[in-house]
Design a protein around this ligand. Structure first.
Ligand code: ME8
Length: 650
């Protein structure tokens, strides 16, 4: 099988930040996963170097556009190895090949009659590099850039996008996985339910020279999207290269939601006009915010990947981003969150399992993997490993990286329990139970091998270390070939382990400053007053209809759920109601996160947000409180048939 995976080509008007890093880590992880399954893979990223924004940035830096783009493109190129990201090809839109092919395609589409010259007046956003429709503006501003677009009237060339609207709608209906996750597919279909306007693809050279000249009119240069999107074809040698033949029909693009429209509408209609088959899939993710706030230069909270690598290590960053973001939804970065993941998931769970298991192997069998005697006692661990493998492959294929990692962590947790319940330290003292000890140690070594294989796409460096520690070559099929070695019992008895350093040293957290005593007591008395007031209200026991009407109940669909760190009670739910929000619910004792995704529950939608374990909860989930045998448990309230998310409750 063959895989072709791409990231957007990033504008060189800014240096790489966490958002760029995430998309590129995703594409890198996916390409490594596909290699594990035996696919021939091509992974492409690059830089987008023409247009107004770039010319303006170069002018600000007092450089020529060419000097400027060379410098910033170089920064992107040199950032990726720091993150252990290994693209097969790095494309630049100033590459000669790319420029020539864009011109060839423009001529072809022009000759076909799909490009025409016309006068146009519209609201142009420099940030988006496109004209915005009236409908897209919010309070007269571009919602993404918070700027008032410029009213521009000029003669330009237009691409007849509207001609392909119906074909595109039909394709999306016939191929439900063309745009994923589903919410973005629905967004595109809803946009396509209105007539499409044609796409302006040129700028007069009197206003912009930093672009690709139109082959049929050199007083114009091509407008950014008709240049940038074509990179996905020029990078694989369209039209004559072998790579084009090999890879185009399996092309998968990864982007964030900011460039959904260009990728889901402009690009497919351009491809249809060229007479080519459409790309296979578009994977769309949400935004990274920082401490719940949008990342922006003006706020000064832009997170640089190189700094994170320095502070936490490359694999910690890769793991954190993939584990913390549910692909498709927004996520928030904070130093606390990454430290918590490092200390708890990496140092405590994975790191400890590795160091305990290998320490026992060194102590009890001189660092040699012992032979195993298969017994019924170990089926729980083995069955779980088999189930994890299935979930892992399915979720990695579907870009649900956080779920794949959750599954791997179930195996880690089961293996840690296996150690506790089998007590190898007791077995070693009993000469009659040495076989059992060997079996337990073998199974631990095998679990570590399997984890090395599964975690490799996400944490390649750590897995290289783990493989070395297990006495396996870094390219040994036992840790690089999922197709043949995903099963149980592959590590050979007699394999000699090597001593390695701890995988993840813990990060020491600074203690929070004590609040001054006075402030504290002020807070307490305010709280007490509030409580008194509430008690007085509750004492009356009844509420008026007016009071009840103030409570807004809605049906919400759970789109993601996960345990809250350091809490046995809380689950963090991401729900659609119909807008997306996070609700923290005290139901962890009664529900597993994976069992409630997709469920429709009732929520109080207009409750003042409250922070629980550092997470802002925007509402409350309703549940029946059931008393049984002197114990109580919660049962989520739901609806009897599926209804649109966000429906009101009367
Ligand atoms: O749009 N969270 O380039 P760009 C997550 N050149 N991802 C983010 C992000 C955030 N806060 N900010 C940026 C362009 N990204 C065009 C693309 S493609 C033919 C041309 C990532 O530099 C995400 O992948 O503005 C997003 O789609 C991309 O950077 C936008 O990069």
């Amino acid at each position: 099988m063959t895989t072709y995976i791409t990231t957007p080509i990033y504008y060189v008007n800014a240096q790489p930040h966490l958002g760029h890093a995430y998309t590129t880590i995703v594409a890198d992880t996916y390409s490594r996963f596909k290699r594990l399954t035996g696919d021939t893979v091509r992974f492409q990223t690059g830089t987008d170097e023409h247009g107004d924004k770039i010319a303006e940035a170069a002018a600000r830096e007092e450089e020529s556009p060419k000097e400027y783009v060379d410098r910033i493109s170089g920064m992107f190129k040199s950032t990726w190895p720091l993150l252990d990201i290994k693209p097969d090809f790095f494309i630049r839109t100033t590459d000669k090949n790319h420029v020539a092919t864009v011109q060839k395609i423009l001529q072809q589409v022009y000759d076909k009659g799909d490009i025409y010259f016309d006068k146009y007046s519209g609201q142009y956003c420099t940030g988006c590099e496109r004209f915005l429709t009236e409908k897209e503006l919010v309070d007269g501003k571009c919602p993404d850039h918070q700027t008032i677009p410029e009213e521009i009237t000029e003669q330009n060339y237009f691409f007849r996008m509207s001609r392909y609207q119906q074909d595109l709608i039909d394709h999306i209906h016939a191929n439900p996985e063309f745009i994923t996750p589903e919410r973005y597919r629905n967004e595109v279909l809803s946009f396509l339910s209105e007539p499409l306007e044609d796409l302006c693809i040129s700028r007069p050279t009197s206003r912009l020279t930093w672009g690709i000249p139109l082959p049929f009119d050199d007083t114009f240069v091509t407008y950014v999207w008709f240049d940038a999107l074509i990179n996905y074809l020029t990078g694989i040698g369209y039209p004559d290269g072998d790579d084009f033949e090999t890879y185009w029909n399996v092309a998968e693009h990864v982007i964030a939601k900011d460039i959904l429209k260009p990728h889901a509408i402009y690009w497919p209609t351009m491809i249809l006009s060229m007479g080519l088959p459409l790309y296979k899939k578009l994977h769309v993710h949400g935004y990274w915010n920082v401490d719940e706030t949008k990342m922006s230069k003006s706020i000064g909270n832009v997170v640089r990947p190189a700094e994170l690598v320095e502070e936490y290590g490359v694999d910690c960053l890769r793991y954190f981003t993939l584990r913390e973001m549910s692909f498709g939804l927004d996520a928030s970065f904070s130093a606390d969150a990454i430290i918590a993941r490092k200390n708890s998931d990496l140092a405590n769970d994975l790191g400890n399992l590795y160091s305990r298991s290998t320490a026992m192997l060194f102590k009890y069998t001189d660092g040699i993997v012992p032979a195993t005697v298969s017994t019924e006692d170990d089926t729980v661990l083995r069955d779980l490993a088999a189930a994890v493998l299935v979930t892992y492959q399915e979720t990695m294929s579907n870009f649900q990286f956080h779920r794949a990692l959750q599954a791997a962590w179930e195996l880690i947790s089961q293996a840690n329990k296996y150690i506790v319940s089998n007590e190898p330290w007791a077995l070693v003292k009993d000469p009659e139970r040495i076989d059992r000890l060997h079996t337990v140690l073998y199974n631990l070594a095998e679990t570590l091998r399997l984890l090395t294989l599964l975690l490799q796409p996400v944490m390649p460096g750590t897995c290289r270390k783990m493989a070395a520690g297990l006495g396996l070559a870094e390219d040994s099929p036992l840790v690089t070939d999922l197709k043949n070695n995903g099963g149980w019992g592959m590590i050979e008895a007699g394999t000699g382990l090597q001593k390695i350093d701890a995988l993840f040293p813990r990060v020491e957290t600074k203690k929070k400053k004590q609040q001054p005593a006075k402030q504290k007591s002020e807070k307490v008395s305010k709280k007490q007053k509030e409580k008194k007031k509430q008690k007085a209200e509750v004492a009356e026991g009844v509420i008026s209809f007016d009071q009840f009407q103030k409570v807004e109940l809605r049906v919400a669909e759970i789109v993601a759920a996960e345990a809250v760190r350091k809490s046995d009670r809380l689950l963090k739910l991401t729900v659609k109601a119909p807008e997306e929000r996070v609700i923290v619910a005290g139901i962890a004792e009664y529900y597993k996160p994976e069992d409630i995704v997709g469920m429709q529950v009732l929520i109080v939608a207009n409750l003042q947000p409250a922070k629980l374990m550092g997470i802002e909860s925007q509402g409350m989930v309703l549940a029946a409180k059931v008393e049984e045998d002197g114990k109580s448990r919660l049962v989520l309230s739901t609806v009897s048939v599926p209804v649109p998310a966000g429906s009101g409750v009367a």
